[in-house]
Design a protein around this ligand. Structure first.
Ligand code: FAD
Length: 400
């Protein structure tokens, strides 16, 4: 990444990467432990809503695509439906147009209706290779990248009859790689948007390559070639994994006091003290290395219009998750787009007063807290995997 202007929200210098890497082992250790606790491992999700954008006929029948659900009786009473009270009831109009799902104006994502769906134990359903690929995934990633198309410049690009190939993500990447021209306020927001999506894609690819199924031997393990092809040979994708990690850490740091005051206890099923201790360490790391400056975004003349557009497009990405034909991929797609949506909300919608746990104790639903922390976990795990792939690469090169 070229030297950055003062107005870029994150200093992407080598030093900054090193800072994250220096804390990632400990950050990952704490996240890995915290996501094993009952509060953070049970996630309510509706995996059976129809794709709202096109008729999706593909169904991934592979065993690896399946999700193991948990009987509701195994979930502490306290977490079952009381979280519902924390969501505003949508208007009739909203309900009509979006049956079964709703959002508040400040949200960057559609949350599933928490009265529907199943509980899933996230710890028992790791994101990894499932074999889900082909036309269905191409269509979904294409649709997700197309949501990047907002503002006049992109609209004309996308509508240009001669630029059909502009729909391909790689071409989009080139078209949108406008580093250096951030004098135009809008550019920063669009670039941030693209980086969030591309970084998520790169992180998912990293998990797939890290836990890859060798279909010949039936063994699971890291696949270096997969990682090189999908991620490492595109250095900017690697950068965007860091970018998302910093963005999430900044959000966790801002929401730190609220998270520390949250009630994680449920009828003595686990030790709340331990959860708070782990959380405390995660928040400290977030404060130290979550160097994302959200104040440089959405400042221009049309800031509010642009923010609404940004929000609307990101919400659509969360809805596209209902088109993912592999249940396990859909599950993690929903967790992570929700987690990123919550982070964006924390950064761009909530001021200090709103974040105050005393003034606003119902700020986030349990689903949002669980999604935020699990999404950070996935990104921290990706960075750990990147490190392991680096070692593997060196070993392979030394052997040659
Ligand atoms: P894809 O990853 O499908 O990429 C399509 C095209 O996008 C590429 O050809 C490239 O041009 C471009 N591209 C790729 N990466 C980036 C990037 N980071 N930035 C910009 N452009 C890029 N599969 C699993 O095995 N397990 C999962 O858990 C899983 N979860 C998924 C979740 C979602 C939400 C989606 C949409 C798909 C998921 N998949 C999962 C499928 C997986 O992401 C790939 O689509 C699939 O493995 C096929 O990969 P591919 O090599 O064809 O390229």
């Amino acid at each position: 990444e070229p030297a950055q202007q003062a107005s870029w929200p994150i200093e992407t210098t080598l030093c900054n990467y090193e800072m994250i890497e220096s804390v990632n082992d400990d950050l990952f250790k704490n996240l890995k432990d915290i996501v094993q606790t009952p509060f953070f491992r049970y996630f309510r999700v509706d995996l059976y809503r129809e794709c709202p954008f096109w008729e999706e006929n593909v169904l991934c029948m592979s065993r690896d695509c399946q999700v193991v659900t948990v009987d509701e009786s195994a979930i502490p009473e306290k977490w079952r439906s009381n979280a519902l009270g924390k969501l505003e009831i949508p208007s009739d109009e909203q309900r009509e147009s979006l049956p079964g799902c709703y959002y508040r104006d400040s949200d960057f994502c559609f949350l599933d209706d928490e009265t529907e769906g199943d509980y899933v134990d996230l710890a028992l359903n790791p994101e990894r290779f499932t074999g889900y690929a082909g036309v269905s995934t191409q269509r979904i990633w294409k649709a997700i990248y197309e949501e990047n198309c907002f503002g006049q410049a992109e609209l004309s690009l996308m509508n240009h009859p001669a630029s059909a190939e502009a729909y391909l993500p790689d071409t989009m990447a080139d078209a949108l790689r406008v580093d250096g021209d951030s004098t135009d306020g809008q550019c920063i927001e669009k670039r941030v948007y693209y980086k969030v999506i591309s970084g998520l894609h790169a992180s998912i690819s990293t998990h797939i390559c890290q836990e890859y199924l060798n279909q010949t031997t039936g063994e699971w393990g890291p696949n270096l070639q997969c990682f090189v092809t999908r991620v490492a040979s595109h250095p900017e994708r690697l950068q965007y994994i860091y970018f998302n990690t910093v963005l999430l850490l900044r959000a966790v740091s801002r929401i730190g006091p609220y998270l520390s005051a949250y009630d994680y206890c449920a009828s003595g099923t686990h030790d709340e003290h331990d959860t708070l201790q782990m959380l405390g360490k995660i928040i400290t790391h977030a404060e130290n290395v979550g160097k994302f400056d959200e104040s440089v975004l959405f400042r221009g003349e049309n800031a509010n219009v642009l923010k609404e557009e940004f929000k609307q497009h990101f919400r659509n990405v969360t809805r596209i998750m209902d088109c993912v034909a592999c249940d396990k991929c859909r599950l993690w797609g929903k967790v992570q787009t929700t987690g990123l949506g919550v982070a964006l909300k924390i950064l761009f919608e909530l001021d200090e007063q709103a974040l105050d746990p005393k003034l606003n104790s119902n700020l986030l639903s349990r689903t949002e807290v669980v999604a935020l922390i699990n999404t950070l976990y996935r990104f921290s795990e990706s960075l750990k995997a990147v490190d392991e792939f680096r070692h593997l690469w060196r070993e392979t090169s030394d052997a040659d």
